[in-house]
Design a protein around this ligand. Structure first.
Ligand code: NIG
Ligand code: FE
Length: 381
């Protein structure tokens, strides 16, 4: 089955060879892009989607999300907006709610959020565990996550559960919990932060996870300039996420290694914190990705477009840099070469915007601009 997407006013490819093309068309065969060219030269196909002169972009790649949880924390948010600081301590509130919730309800909440994301143009999402924090609750979180994505992440080391000893819990996360979770996870992640896991504990969990065959990512330098970023680079993690408080050595490490710096401006928005210095990272030569960090505590947004708008307005990224970070950057943070760019051979994950240019994502913040979504070559919206 082939599909022609005709009459594309502006095609944002996110490919450095040719970022933007005009008056374009795309042909998809099965789940792959097989032809890109001028609309006037477009061949016939079985099915036709007329973009009507609008902009087409790659499906968003949201490389950092916590979607398996129960409850929400709107009262904590309201208190923060009245001046309470964010400490990460609220994670335990969600852990308590999640443990009390049955599989069906957890699955339904995850489905609701992934559908919300797809409606807004996200065609790939990474999903972490981390609100169970027992062997059984972490494993079931990942079993549920696996129903929605292949990008599943074991985050047993999200925080030390109430009443537990940090070293004993780290040993559990390196041992029986990892063993129960590894079959359902592609990635392992650790919240390396004061009040969560220190450098040695994070190293232990990441090393054990790598030995169990998982690839690595790290919650690093969110609240303080700790050891997370350098640990991520040293251990060859695909991504260091947050990167809000960086030393020069952290920036040099990210610029010199192949660990992506994934920025999560929804978290700074929702915790009223200073945004990460994207320009410093870009100018140093680091690869930057943008993701939502969708979770009920620090960033309850499912909108990549909102993150792009924040990155442009608050982090001084150009609209082109921000959208590249939200697509090709996310793909790189997941070490995926088949998504995030509109090139021949890539998976056909595309969004038709109800706008003439990708710039509208930042220029018209908060406006629903997704006209159609193509995922794996199928028009899904
Ligand atoms: O990425 N920082 C650690 N984890 C999440 C927040 C989780 C929560 O507050 O529930 C984050 O911001
Ligand atoms: Fe997170």
């Amino acid at each position: 089955m082939s599909l022609l997407i005709a009459n594309i006013g502006e095609l944002f490819t996110a490919d450095p060879e040719c970022v933007v093309r005009f008056d374009a068309a795309i042909v998809v065969d099965g789940d792959r892009i097989v032809w890109i060219g001028l609309n006037a030269d477009a061949p016939q196909a079985d099915e036709r989607l007329d973009a009507g002169g609008r902009a087409v972009i790659p499906g968003f790649v949201d490389s950092h999300a916590h979607l398996v949880f129960a409850g929400d924390r709107h009262a904590e948010f309201a208190a923060r907006m009245s001046g309470e600081p964010y400490t990460g301590g609220g994670i335990r509130t969600t852990v308590a709610a999640t443990r009390m919730t049955g599989d069906e309800a957890l699955r339904a909440n995850t489905a609701r959020l992934t559908e919300e994301m797809l409606r807004q143009g996200t065609t790939t999402v990474e999903i972490k565990s981390g609100y169970g924090l027992t062997v059984e609750d972490e494993a079931r979180s990942l079993r549920i996550a696996e129903e929605f994505t292949t990008e599943t992440t074991y985050l047993g080391a999200h925080t030390v559960p109430a009443g537990a000893d940090a070293d004993e819990y780290t040993a559990l996360a390196c041992g029986p919990m990892l063993e129960a979770c590894a079959p359902y996870a592609k990635w392992a992640d650790v919240f390396c932060e004061r009040g969560a896991f220190d450098g040695d504990q994070a190293r232990a969990v990441l090393t054990a996870s790598a030995n169990a065959g998982l690839a690595l990512r790290v919650h690093a330098n969110q609240l303080t300039a700790g050891p997370g970023v350098r640990l991520a680079v040293e251990l060859g993690a695909a991504s260091a996420d947050h990167c809000t408080h960086l030393t020069d050595a952290d920036v040099d490490a990210l610029a010199g290694g192949d660990t992506v710096a994934t920025l999560l401006p929804g978290a700074e928005f929702s915790t009223r914190s200073p945004y990460p210095d994207a320009r410093r990272l870009i100018e140093a030569g680091a690869t930057v990705a943008l993701a939502t960090d969708c979770n009920p505590g620090s960033s309850f947004t499912s909108s990549m477009a909102f993150c792009v708008a924040l990155a442009v307005r608050e982090m001084h990224m150009t609209p082109t840099e921000a959208l590249t970070a939200a697509t090709a950057g996310g793909a790189e943070a997941l070490r995926r070469s088949d998504i995030g760019r509109i090139i021949v051979g890539a998976r056909a994950d595309l969004v038709v915007l109800d706008a003439p240019s990708h710039v509208h994502l930042a220029y018209r913040p908060g406006t629903p601009l997704v006209k159609s979504v193509v995922q794996d070559g199928t028009i899904v919206r």
